[in-house]
Design a protein around this ligand. Structure first.
Ligand SMILES: [Fe+2]
Length: 398
């Protein structure tokens, strides 16, 4: 209940945001470390892009030796963590620079924590009901995180997420010691994202904003950011999707994605991410697409207890209510979110993806077991979840 709540808010120590800010990476690294070796983490595709070479040159101009490590795949597995930890522990870099999407940035945080903390790297990852065996005791090595997508907000959160193969879900390293020392957000790095990636990442950002807004752990501070981030996404995601070269749209999408990291880090996400983190690993769906599919259904599930909040959100989403009030207005909000996803060609039914109907009870079971979310405003009840998944299979949102 708000009013009795103790607010313990997490923010990154510094965010530098703006087109062209990547050119300052060398001098900023120099402010964070007096050492000489920099480890640049990225992935194989990005390694071929000109900006990795450029970032390396900026670091070299500032006196750092920049070594590139690009063996990071999308949706990292336990092996990725072990590989990254082994590399960072043997190289002992003075500073870590992560340049990429959420997976790369999550591994940047992992590398930083493993550089200064001992033991089995996998013991630092846990699922909500099965907390990690250990939490980092020491601040990680200095790190700068530079996103090349607009969505995950990894650059401003304390989480690193990997696939838990045994349980077919995701598990998380969560620690203030994993936060970036500097989030360097240069929206021009996102301009080469193809439409499908723009859509998935943009809807992931919207999920962070709206799920954080639905969370029982939300408060006026996180809500104000959720609402404004939602407004920016509704005003700009379509533009960025249809014209990737629209730099104003890219600018505002990057801003909205990093902003939505604030409710994500503090109010945390709810049922939408629970569904996504079960169906994503199980059927090999990218995180953003799984979140986009789940969001309208999670909103519908929570609608009965959030009518007033959804009515407030309507204004930020640019919905003309024309006197429509209460539940009907809240329903319009859910419809508008699903219209946006549909327009971005995100599948809205599990059936469309070829997922077997017989899998639904097990999916409901796994959500209850591995992704329980005590901050979801409507209690997660297995029978109700099964009904929701049934509707999700049929594509029946409202
Ligand atoms: Fe997410």
């Amino acid at each position: 209940m708000f009013g009795q709540q103790v607010l313990d808010l997490i923010f990154p120590s510094r965010v530098l945001f703006g087109i062209g800010t990547r050119g300052r990476v060398g001098s900023l690294a120099g402010e964070l470390s007096s050492g000489r070796s920099a480890l640049i983490l990225t992935d194989r595709n990005l390694e071929k892009m000109g900006f990795i070479k450029e970032i390396r040159e900026h670091l070299e101009e500032a006196g750092f030796r920049g070594e590139v490590f690009s063996e990071i795949e999308a949706e990292p597995q336990e092996e990725t963590v072990l590989r990254v930890a082994e590399h960072v522990r043997s190289l002992k870099p003075d500073i870590i620079i992560g340049v990429g999407g959420g997976s790369v940035l999550d591994m940047g945080k992992t590398a930083s924590v493993m550089a200064t903390n001992p033991g089995d790297p996998l013991e630092y990852f846990g699922a909500p009901l099965m907390p990690a065996k250990r939490s980092p005791e020491r601040r990680g090595a200095p790190k700068i995180l530079i996103p090349t997508t607009a969505g995950t907000a990894s650059e401003v959160t304390q989480f690193a997420v990997i696939i838990d193969r045994d349980r077919r879900t995701k598990k998380v390293l969560s620690s203030p010691y994993a936060m970036a020392d500097l989030a360097l957000v240069d929206p021009s790095l996102t301009s080469s994202m193809p439409p499908r990636l723009t859509a998935g990442c943009g809807m992931d950002a919207l999920s962070h904003a709206i799920e954080g807004y639905m969370s029982l752990w939300s408060n006026p501070l996180t809500d104000s950011v959720s609402l404004e981030a939602s407004r920016l996404i509704f005003e700009n995601l379509r533009k960025a999707y249809y014209n990737g070269g629209d730099m104003m749209a890219r600018y505002h999408m990057s801003l909205a994605a990093s902003m939505a990291g604030m409710p994500l880090a503090n109010a945390r996400v709810v049922l939408g991410h629970s569904i996504a983190q079960v169906i994503g690993p199980r059927y090999g769906l990218p995180h953003g697409i799984a979140c986009a599919m789940a969001l309208p259904y999670a909103m519908r599930y929570n609608l009965p207890v959030l009518v007033e909040k959804f009515c407030r959100l309507a204004w930020y989403m640019g919905i003309e209510l024309n006197g429509v009030k209460g539940r009907s207005a809240a329903v319009r909000v859910v419809e508008e979110v699903s219209n946006l996803a549909g327009e971005l060609r995100i599948p809205l039914s599990l059936n469309e993806l070829g997922i077997a109907r017989e899998d639904l009870p097990e999916i409901a079971e796994d959500i209850m077991k591995y992704q329980p979310r005590p901050n979801n405003p409507r209690l997660l009840v297995k029978e109700d979840l099964k009904e929701l998944l049934e509707d999700m299979w049929n594509g029946k949102i409202i």
